[in-house]
Write a protein that binds this ligand. Structure first.
Ligand SMILES: [Zn+2]
Ligand SMILES: [Zn+2]
Length: 335
C-alpha cells in the first residue's frame, strides 16, 4: 500500500499572482468541481474553467474582491447545476442586485441555480437564485452554525472565520479529505487520455475491498493496481488557508492562527511594508512582516504572499524579504 502524502492534490492557480486581485483557482482536473477563492478580476481564466466551478468563496464586497462575479455568472448560465457562492452578510442582496441588473433573453437551456450564502458568526443564511424561474426574489433558508465549516463535498470541506477589515470580511481554509486523488502531472506524461475511467478507478479505490478486475480504457485493458500506482496518490489530508484584507489585531489573531494551523499552504495578505504600519492599521491590512509572523506561529509549511499594494509596483522584493525575516519558506508571484 503506498504511503499517504500530505500535499495538496488540487491544481492551484494564483490567477493574478501576488500583485493583482487575490484570486485562487483550486481545480481537480478529473472533475467538474473546482473552487474559486475570492471574486476579484478573473479575466485570465477561460469561461470553460469558470464553468467547472462548484463553489465560489468571496471574502468581502470591495471591488477588487467582487468584480469577477459577472464572468462567473456568464460562464455558468447554461449549466444544469447548482453553483454555491459564499460571502459575508449582505452577499445575497448584492448578488441578487447584480443579477437583476442584466436583461436576460431567458433561453430554455439556461438552467443555472445559484445558492448564495451569507455567512454569519452563528448561522448560514442561503438565498436561491433560479434562472429557470427567471430569477424571482431569492427563497431564503437558514441553518444554525456550530463550527467553522461552511461547505463540504466528497473531496473537500471549507471553513470560514471573520477577519478584521473596514467592512465584514471572511478568511477561508480548504481542507482536502484523506483519500485517493488523481496525480494529474503523471497523467499528462502518459499516453492515456482523461476519461470516465478516472472516476471508475477512484470509485473502486474508495471501497473497503476494491473490485480487482481490470479496467478498460480506449480499447486497452489495465490492472487496477497498475493504474493506481502510476496515476493515483493516497492523501492523508491537506489544509490550505487563504487570509486577505485583515488587520493583524488581537480580536482576530487567535481565530486566524487556528484557521491556518499547520496548513500546507498559507496565502496571506501582505499589502504593506512595516514602514507603512500606520496605514495597515487604518485600512485594516497586514504587513509582510506580520504575514511571516502568522506563518511562523501557525506552523505552516509554505507561505505565499498576496495582495501587494500598487505603491510598491516595480519594487516588490522588499515585501518578500520582510516576510522571510520571520518565516523562511516564503514565495511570491511577482508580475
Ligand atoms: Zn478590502
Ligand atoms: Zn483588497
Amino acid at each position: 500500500m503506498p504511503v499517504a502524502s500530505s500535499k495538496m492534490h488540487a491544481d492551484l492557480t494564483l490567477v493574478n499572482g501576488s500583485t493583482g486581485d487575490p484570486v485562487l483557482l483550486i481545480d481537480y482536473p478529473d472533475r467538474d468541481d473546482a473552487l474559486l477563492l475570492d471574486g476579484g478580476e478573473n479575466g485570465s481564466l477561460s469561461l470553460e474553467q469558470l464553468a467547472d466551478l462548484t463553489a465560489v468563496f468571496i471574502t468581502h464586497h470591495h471591488i477588487d474582491h467582487f468584480i469577477g462575479l459577472d464572468r462567473i455568472v456568464r460562464a455558468n448560465m447554461d449549466r444544469d447545476k447548482t453553483l454555491s457562492l459564499f460571502g459575508p452578510p449582505g452577499t445575497i442582496e448584492k448578488v441578487a442586485d447584480r443579477i437583476r441588473s442584466y436583461e436576460f433573453q431567458f433561453f430554455p437551456f439556461q438552467k443555472i441555480v445559484i445558492d448564495v450564502c451569507d455567512v454569519h458568526a452563528d448561522r448560514l443564511v442561503t438565498g436561491r437564485l433560479d434562472c429557470g424561474k427567471r430569477f424571482p426574489p431569492p427563497e431564503i433558508r437558514e441553518v444554525p452554525r456550530c463550527d467553522r465549516m461552511v461547505f463540504k463535498n466528497e473531496t473537500v470541506q471549507v471553513e470560514a472565520v471573520f477577519a478584521d477589515h473596514t467592512v465584514p470580511c471572511l478568511s477561508y481554509a480548504v481542507i482536502e479529505k484523506p483519500g485517493w486523488f488523481l496525480e494529474s502531472s503523471a497523467l499528462q506524461k502518459s499516453h492515456l487520455k482523461p476519461g470516465p475511467w478516472i472516476a471508475e478507478v477512484l470509485g473502486r479505490l474508495r471501497q473497503t475491498s476494491p473490485d480487482p478486475s481490470p479496467i478498460h480504457i480506449d480499447g486497452g485493458t489495465y490492472p487496477l493496481a497498475t493504474l493506481r500506482d502510476k496515476f493515483f496518490r493516497l492523501s492523508s489530508g491537506a489544509r490550505l488557508a487563504f487570509i486577505t484584507d485583515t488587520f493583524w489585531s488581537d480580536e482576530v489573531r487567535k481565530e486566524l492562527l487556528s484557521l491556518a494551523h499547520r496548513a500546507n499552504l498559507l496565502y496571506c495578505d501582505s499589502f504593506y511594508l512595516s514602514a507603512q504600519a500606520s496605514q495597515a492599521q487604518k485600512y485594516r491590512h497586514m504587513t509582510a512582516l506580520q504575514a511571516g509572523e502568522l506563518a511562523r506561529l501557525a506552523n505552516v509549511e509554505r507561505l505565499i504572499l498576496i495582495h501587494f499594494a500598487q505603491r510598491y509596483a516595480g519594487r516588490y522584493e522588499p515585501l518578500v524579504e520582510e516576510a522571510r525575516a520571520e518565516f523562511a519558506n516564503v514565495t511570491a508571484e511577482i508580475r
